[in-house]
Design a protein around this ligand. Structure first.
Ligand code: PLP
Length: 343
């Protein structure tokens, strides 16, 4: 099987520099959930660290602990999915920053982490209703957090939220709630060092959303928003490409050995072109283990074909737009059995 996801770490480095310039003086927290959006956690965090990234958004405690093991002590690692006592113990042992969006979790963190004085970032629900303390419950939660902070059971280190980034008006309303929540914290004598609510789109486009930290994943991998500005306009480059080799040429058709089992969506058959040594070629059909292409002059067994991404006619988001989804979905569905290669 020749299918591979080839990741260009130089492009990652350029994207990281671009993001840093754009969000400065705020700090970029590189989000690395879902195995760094399918690109492979370890090489991504190592290179980002070499480029000066010192905050990582890891999603869950297990991933956070992996980042700690890879990079050591001079980074901050934020996690915001803590489902069990074991997750909390893992996160505290790895000295992670914990996103806390409900009262029960606050008590659990204080109980399980007391000796370590875990660093907590309190989350206000500003409308997404994923998790987060509801505005009407915020004053009580803040009062309790202040007690626990004063008692030394935990340290309130941040205040944060997550916004939809789908419309400016909704984001503005969310930001109002966020600012009010921060005032409540200030009034309770807790003035956390770090405020954060923006991800890629708002972090890039809307300076007033940047605060102290901007949690950017997609843009670092060069994945632009579906229906939004292009990569050129953003100054970002896709860093990954799904690639496979020609395994047979029969008359009008060339066959490459990557298919839906490897993560290429079946419905793109007939909808996209791919990059070949003879120029773009049309995808006729995606089968479970292979893809049928319209052959190009000079098509030969062994030639590499870029299915999507860097140096292919279509980026992950281009492909996603044809399927009414988002570029992240195309990137993260590349199967773990597809080798990741780095250049
Ligand atoms: C995934 C995620 C991000 C990053 O979003 P991008 O749009 O990929 O930059 C930021 N914050 C939270 C809470 C997330 O889950």
């Amino acid at each position: 099987m020749s299918a591979r996801l080839v990741v260009d770490l130089e492009r990652l480095a350029r994207n990281l520099r671009r993001i840093r310039a754009q969000v400065s003086p705020a700090t970029h927290m590189l989000v690395v959930k879902n195995d760094a959006y399918g690109h492979g956690l370890e090489p991504i965090v190592r290179r980002a660290h070499a480029e000066g990234v010192r905050w990582f958004g890891a999603f869950d405690a297990h991933t956070g602990a992996r980042v700690r093991a890879i990079l050591g002590d001079d980074v901050r690692i934020f996690v915001w999915i803590l489902a069990t006592d074991d997750d909390i113990r893992t996160a505290v042992a790895a000295d992670l920053d914990l996103g806390v969006g409900d009262r029960d979790l606050l008590e659990d963190v204080a109980r399980l982490g007391a000796d370590a004085r875990p660093r907590v970032h309190l989350k206000i629900d500003t409308g997404l209703h994923r998790n987060g303390v509801r505005p009407e419950e915020w004053p009580d939660a803040v009062a309790r957090a202040a007690e626990l902070h004063t008692a030394g059971s935990l340290a309130v280190e941040g205040v944060w939220s997550h916004i939809a980034e789908a419309s400016d008006a909704e984001d503005d309303a969310a930001r109002e709630l966020f600012l009010a929540a921060r005032e409540t914290l200030d009034a309770a004598g807790l003035s956390p060092r770090f405020a954060h609510l923006a991800a890629s789109a708002a972090g890039f486009g809307r300076p007033e959303f940047r605060e102290d930290l901007v949690r950017i994943g997609a843009f670092a991998y060069g994945i632009r928003p579906a229906g939004g500005p292009g990569e050129d306009e953003l100054g970002l480059e896709p860093i990954g490409r799904l690639e496979a080799e020609v395994v047979a040429v029969t008359g009008e058709r060339a066959i490459v050995d990557v298919g839906s089992m490897h993560g290429l969506p079946t419905p793109v058959g007939g909808l996209i072109s791919v990059g070949t040594p003879g120029g773009p070629a049309r995808v006729i059909a995606v089968e479970p283990t292979r893809t049928i292409l319209a052959a190009w002059p000079g098509a030969t067994v062994g030639q590499p074909v870029a299915m999507w991404g860097a140096d292919a006619p279509h980026s992950a988001t281009d492909v996603a737009e044809r399927l009414a989804t988002i570029g992240e979905e195309i990137a993260v569905r590349v199967s773990p059995m597809v080798a990741r290669e780095y250049e």
